[in-house]
Design a protein around this ligand. Structure first.
Ligand SMILES: Cc1cc2nc3c(=O)[nH]c(=O)nc-3n(C[C@H](O)[C@H](O)[C@H](O)COP(=O)(O)OP(=O)(O)OC[C@H]3O[C@@H](n4cnc5c(N)ncnc54)[C@H](O)[C@@H]3O)c2cc1C
Length: 529
């Protein structure tokens, strides 16, 4: 799908960085036939685990790539979180089915970033695209219709690459961000994290998350693949801060003190890192975009970092594909920042508050952490509404874009139920009178728009858009009525879903002309100038 007038370009999209964010974006582009190039300055994939938590929303988009089942097989479901206060078991929060009825993946999956990158890399190669390793972006100049990118190649020579668009997926020290002089606003925390991949035995509840809260901080134990393998995360004790040569042996005494009779067999990886909370002032500058850690970094509380980068790419991927293919005008790309910058902003403030609660020093803070917090949390999680709210927030299925220029709710839409900007809910519906109830998400094609007509026949796809639009009719049926009632959808409704599963246009009934108007006016399709 090469765009007209781009014959002299080396590539339509240059993706800089092959971490999870870059691999996801390149995969989204490759599967839609966009001519893209992905480079990384490292010689090959990172071997460290780093991020561990894979959220439900990420698994939902992995399912469109055909890798969700493999990810689930490779990882461990977090069935529960056990809170220990000063060495004593204090509360257990069941997590196994916390998002039941909300997502086909109602849990947090524990699967290392290296495994995620491997699955994404294989998918990318399956679509005929491979990472160009040992290739570093060293300069760029933006022009009216292209970006001239200077790239250092494996042999050390620098060549120029002409790209219509550049995606900065190049991590916290993003060259794309710095070369565009985009400020990275925020600050470092004074605390230093450590992470250790270990084989240890101790009182930890096997196969579950164990959280040790103590007066001066916390230790998290995440179960990893294999027997007695745990990822331990904690804050470096204050006397060790500022030291360059800290190793696992330095932090082991504090772990033993708090977690009780822990016996360490091996530590295969140990790293410390100073975390920052920062956000890029803009996510787009002309023909360049920032995604993932290049756009936002924050504390790892809540396992959001890698997942947010993947979602950034899923958001930009379909838009950039339509524009690169000449099917939509470049104004569609403005909605990337409109939608994802507020998400990053909220994430920074919530992870900041949670982090400060977890690390605050002083006697009172220590008492709150060890005596009050665990009990309140365990009590609150007994209530279904709180469990659901927690799951929607942490799993990222609750991310909404109500203020996006792409979101339009017509005045006749029933007052309850999903609105424009929401991720369309996960439902099991009968799509024909005599058929079985089916997982609606499995029926969505994320390379197209989908018009879902509820309790009414679907309108015809408007002329000129039929290759990019599918229709699904949800007939009146007792099974469907139960499911729709559960999602608070009582009456006739029609939803035009974007390729990423968010609702673009919502109304009681949507005629073919309204679909055509939405796609041309809001999405900019057919307006490529
Ligand atoms: C020790 C550690 C532990 C972590 N633990 C967690 C956790 O438990 N949970 C969590 O959610 N997050 C965690 N994170 C954060 C998580 O790893 C990041 O959020 C995630 O890696 C972001 O992915 P990314 O693709 O945006 O950036 P990165 O993974 O940083 O990838 C950026 C890529 O760009 C490449 N690159 C950079 N500059 C250039 C250039 N000029 N030219 C070409 N290529 C370039 C780099 O080589 C790199 O491969 C951790 C991070 C670290 C360091």
């Amino acid at each position: 799908m090469t765009s007209p007038g781009r014959a002299s370009l080396s590539t339509d999209v240059l993706v800089v960085g092959a971490g999870p964010t870059g691999l996801m974006l390149a995969t989204q582009l490759a599967r839609r036939g966009v001519r893209a190039t992905i480079i990384d300055r490292h010689a090959g994939p990172a071997l460290q685990t780093r991020a561990l938590g894979v959220q439900a929303r990420t698994l939902e988009l992995y399912s469109h790539l055909g890798i969700a089942d493999r990810a689930v097989d490779l990882g461990k479901r977090a069935t529960g979180a056990n809170l220990w206060a000063e060495g004593r078991p204090t509360a257990r929060i069941p997590l196994g089915d916390i998002g039941r009825e909300l997502s086909p993946y109602p849990y947090l999956l524990i699967l290392g970033q290296d495994d995620n990158e491997r699955l994404l890399g294989e998918t990318l190669r399956g679509h005929g695209m491979a990472v160009q390793w040992s290739t570093e972006l060293v300069g760029l100049t933006q022009g009216a219709d292209r970006v001239a990118a200077r790239v250092r190649q494996p042999d050390g020579t620098v060549r120029e690459l002409a790209a219509a668009w550049v995606a900065g997926c190049d991590g916290a020290r993003s060259a794309v961000r710095e070369l565009n002089r985009i400020a990275f606003e925020g600050a470092p925390y004074e605390h230093v994290f450590f992470v250790a991949d270990t084989q240890v035995t101790g009182p930890m509840v096997p196969d579950e998350i164990n959280v040790y809260l103590w007066r001066d901080g916390f230790h998290l134990f995440f179960p990893m693949r294999g027997t007695d393998h745990w990822r331990i995360v904690g804050i470096l004790p204050a006397p060790l801060r500022g030291r360059e040569d800290v190793g696992f042996d330095d932090v082991a005494p504090s772990i033993r003190r708090e977690a009780g009779s822990v016996s360490v067999q091996t530590c295969t990886w140990f790293s410390t890192y100073r975390i920052h909370h920062r956000r890029a002032a803009r996510f787009r500058d002309g023909r360049c975009f920032l995604l993932g850690d290049a756009a936002h970094i924050h504390s790892p509380v809540g396992a959001q970092g890698m997942n947010t980068g993947l979602q950034d790419s899923y958001n930009l991927g379909w838009k950039l594909s339509l524009v690169a293919a000449g099917r939509a005008g470049p104004s569609l790309l403005d909605s990337y920042e409109d939608e994802r910058l507020p998400v990053a902003q909220r994430l920074l403030s919530t992870t900041d508050r949670a982090f400060m609660l977890a690390v605050s020093e002083g006697r009172l803070a220590g008492l709150v952490r060890t005596r009050i917090f665990a009990r309140i949390l365990a009590f609150a999680m007994r209530f279904r509404s709180i469990r659901e709210l927690a799951f929607r927030t942490i799993s990222q299925i609750g991310i909404r874009y109500p203020d996006s220029p792409l979101s339009e709710t017509l005045p006749d839409l029933p007052a309850t139920g999903p609105r424009a900007g929401d991720r369309f809910p996960w439902l099991r519906l009968k799509l024909s009178a005599n058929g079985p109830a089916e997982d609606l998400f499995a029926r969505l094609d994320d390379t197209r728009f989908t018009l879902v007509a509820i309790r009414q026949p679907a309108p015809q796809a408007p002329p000129g858009f039929d290759d990019l639009l599918r229709t699904l009719t949800i007939p009146a049926d007792p099974v469907n009525e139960r499911e729709l009632a559960r999602a608070g959808m009582p009456g006739r409704a029609c939803y035009l879903l974007r390729p990423d599963g968010h609702i673009g246009l919502a109304g009681a009934g949507i005629e073919s002309g309204a679909v055509a108007r939405y796609l041309s006016e809001r999405v900019g399709m057919g307006r490529t100038g």
